[in-house]
Design a protein around this ligand. Structure first.
Ligand code: GCB
Length: 600
């Protein structure tokens, strides 16, 4: 216990320092896509800078005249400048750099990006918004730093009003995707470390007094009471806020308190969102000066005993795990069109649920899933061997969790917040994750908490889970690879499961690898037949020798790139546990699971 005392201290300090990893960050604007935006997407000039010579001088001190200044040659006395954005190549933003330039395929380090845009001053405020940058983003506007953000999968924004000029403006971003043992994720993970400005870049215009965030959802425990909370950027009481849901003939004017927050709850009769009827309502939040439009669904999700109830009825989560990697071309996904391809595959499989692993996917993915009637498990990359004893790691994780929750808080489709994946059990880890679980509960009582745990067996034949984090979660989820890492496959016929928690249970991963088109007997590793048989046996084990489950999300929908997967002619840099290959071919196991889902 002694060893972790400093850690306990930092858990108390953490809320105080929270948000200060990136001091210049403004609170996240809710639903930028429902606002007046100028897209800065397009072709950006870039400079690859492995030694960060655009940032540090020759004594390795931050340079005052780094690349972010983008100085004109003739403004210098001696004309000497050793970089030139104008003469540098361009790449498409949003987009990872690895799949746009062969030289950058395995690159991990710094790349500078520059874009120019026109701006006309007005009485409005302008935010510079990034959907995500992997991993460390230092952002400059017209030569001045506006802020920095850590974490590769969540949105962030800066108020840049005072830095903009009439006419041409320049935004420069130093992006560094070097892995680090103290980061979230750490330096060791089983997916591809796509670097760059991987999601939309937007200029968002808002009035001086604007709607910073809002949450419109059913109140916990009710299928009728809609609960609204709207926060303005000013701490002024008495500002009228209108909340309108035209289809429900709801139009209500409420008033802010001294914190600039307006709340309301009232009885309505919305048609409830469900996979069968993914009904969304147009919701308009407005003040005298600002207006945001959204599409919001209403549903009630809860856990009772070992059941998960959707709108009061027990439901089985027919799921699949998905990485945010494009079908056919394997780069990072950032558009609704590409999200729909993967999600349509999941629907075809018979899914009503997807586990978006192992980090927050882009907003389009979450919104499209919701529209298609897929429930969502949202996750942050607390993966494997995290530095549980480091304040910076905790703050980073908390920040990513908060940004994900803030972004997705109005999505009825999102039913589970997941804290972590396969993290080794220790006291420090339990404190770290326990503190995060408390934060999640405080922020949102309308969704369930889970995390992918690991097995702790009772004996060779009796498999189980025993994890102290169980008291913090609503759903016990665990990954298990009997028949693959834990072979041979016949073991699936011999073992049974006993889990001693009176909580709903999900198998968040199982699976095995197969190269599409490779055939053999049921026991030939890497053949489609092996994988299909593994699914057959696992599903039988679930039917016959596993406590009642509320869902599964097998690993994984599509083969995905991972530098850990090195077997020539079979893996070639891909994790081959996909039910569909990277080229879109369905493997035999796809149809086994599809059949099982049909009967569920
Ligand atoms: C796991 C991890 C997942 C890996 C998978 C595998 O347990 O959660 O990220 O990709 O196993 O294929 O080994």
């Amino acid at each position: 216990m002694k060893k972790i005392t400093p850690f306990i201290c930092f858990l108390f300090i953490a809320p105080l320092v929270y948000g200060q990893t990136s001091t210049e960050l403004e609170p996240l604007l809710q639903n930028v896509y429902g606002r007046n935006v100028q897209r800065l997407n397009g072709y950006w000039n870039y400079i690859i800078d492995p030694l960060e010579s655009g940032y540090y001088d020759y004594r390795h001190q931050p340079a005052a005249d780094g690349f972010f200044k983008d100085v004109k040659k003739d403004s210098l006395d001696n004309n000497l400048r050793e970089y030139d954005f104008d003469a540098s190549p361009v790449m498409a933003i949003p987009g990872d750099w690895n799949t746009q330039n062969r030289d950058l395929f395995y690159y991990e380090g710094t790349v500078w990006f520059r874009q120019k845009f026109q701006y006309q001053p007005s009485d409005k405020r302008t935010f510079l918004y990034f959907g995500a940058v992997n991993y460390d983003a230092k952002v400059y506007v017209n030569g001045k730093k506006v802020g920095e953000h850590y974490g590769g999968f969540t949105p962030f924004n800066f108020d840049v009003t005072d830095k903009l000029m009439a006419g041409e403006n320049v935004v420069i971003v130093k992006v560094d995707n070097k892995r680090s043992t103290t980061a979230v994720p750490t330096d060791n993970f089983d997916w591809f470390n796509y670097g760059g400005i991987t999601r939309d870049v937007l200029l968002v215009e808002v009035p001086k007094t604007y709607i910073q965030t809002y949450k419109v959802q059913l109140k916990k425990g009710s299928e009728k009471i809609i609960k609204v909370s709207v926060k303005l950027n000013v701490s002024t009481a008495g500002i009228p806020v209108t909340i309108a849901i035209p289809e429900l003939k709801l139009s209500k004017i409420i008033s802010t308190n001294i914190e600039g927050v307006a709340t309301w709850e009232g009885k309505e009769s919305p048609k409830l969102w469900s996979p069968k009827n993914p009904k969304l309502y147009k919701v308009i939040v407005s003040t005298y000066s600002d207006k945001v439009t959204d599409e919001i669904g209403f549903r009630q999700i809860s856990a009772r005993g070992n059941k998960v109830l959707l709108n009061g009825k027990s439901i089985f989560l027919k799921g699949v795990s998905i990485h945010e990697e494009a079908a056919f071309r394997s780069g990072r996904i950032f558009s609704a069109d590409e999200a729909r391809i993967l999600l349509a595959w999941a629907k075809d499989l018979g899914c009503n649920y997807v586990r978006l692993a192992h980090y927050p996917h882009n907003e389009q993915m979450v919104r499209e899933a919701e529209k298609m009637g897929l429930m969502v498990w949202d996750e942050i990359p607390l993966y494997w061997t995290i530095h549980w004893d480091k304040l910076e790691t905790y703050t980073n994780a908390m920040n990513q969790l908060d940004e994900m929750m803030e972004r997705d808080q109005n999505r009825a489709g999102v039913i589970i917040w997941s804290l972590a994946n396969e993290t080794p059990v220790s006291e420090a880890r339990n404190l770290f994750l326990g503190a995060l679980a408390r934060m999640v509960r405080e922020k949102d009582d309308t969704r369930l908490i889970s995390m992918a745990m690991e097995r702790k067996d009772k004996s060779k034949e009796v498999l189980s889970v025993n994890d102290d984090m169980s008291k913090h979660v609503d759903i016990i989820s665990f990954n298990q690879y009997v028949g693959w890492y834990d072979g041979p496959k016949d073991k699936l016929d011999q073992v049974k499961w006993e889990i001693d928690y009176d909580k709903p249970i999900i198998i968040s991963e199982f699976g095995g690898g197969a190269l599409a088109g490779r055939h053999g007997g049921d026991n030939d590793l890497w053949s489609e037949e092996y994988q299909a048989d593994l699914y057959r046996k696992t599903l039988k084990m679930i039917d016959e020798r596993t406590p009642t489950l509320v869902g599964i999300s097998p690993w994984v929908l599509k083969d995905f790139r991972s530098p850990r997967r090195l077997l020539p002619q079979i893996q070639d840099g891909f994790n081959r546990k996909g039910l569909i290959s990277d080229r879109g071919e369905r493997k035999q196991a796809f149809f086994i699971l599809q059949e099982w889902y049909k009967k569920k």
